[in-house]
Write a protein of this length. Structure first.
Length: 153
């Protein structure tokens, strides 16, 4: 019985160390940025969503509509929402925002990127984990919360 508990405790400890190392690894790096003027596609992992690629149904999420609001105003509003949700703006340009969100437990870093598409009157959005494979739907939930706050104001 003691041997089984020791093995279980050791396995649990190794799992915690593994997640701590992944969390630390995710702190290095940066958002992929724009690729030929668009947000980068999601990798073949479930921890990413992107509105830029309608043909990728596993990762697709609707863009944020901006209607008749000036792009600069929409981007400024979005920056405030990101900050209110605990995000940190890393890059802010006229038509592009890159922000990071960190999980509280292991410090996993997720990148949120937004590209203003003035012609389509939308904000294209991408949210992805830097490391690992799964995220328990955190990136999709985050974008939906951003959408809710963006449309409510």
């Amino acid at each position: 019985m003691n041997k089984a508990l020791t093995v279980i405790a050791l396995a649990a400890g190794l799992i915690l160390v593994y997640f701590a190392v992944l969390g630390h690894m995710s702190r290095s790096g940066k958002a992929p940025g724009l690729l030929e003027g668009e947000l980068s596609p999601c990798p073949d992992k479930p921890n990413c969503v992107c509105s830029e690629r309608r043909d990728d149904s596993a990762h697709f999420i609707e863009p944020l509509p901006i209607a008749d609001v000036p792009v600069a105003d929409a981007m400024q509003k979005l920056e405030k929402i990101i900050a209110a949700l605990g995000g940190r703006i890393e890059t802010s340009r006229e038509n592009y925002i890159a922000a990071t969100f960190s999980s509280s437990l292991f410090g996993f870093v997720d990148d949120v990127e937004v590209r203003a598409d003035a012609d389509a009157r939308v904000l294209q959005v991408r949210s992805a984990s830097r490391v690992g494979r799964g995220d328990l739907g955190a990136n999709r939930k985050r974008v939906e919360e951003i959408r809710r706050l963006f449309l409510d104001e």
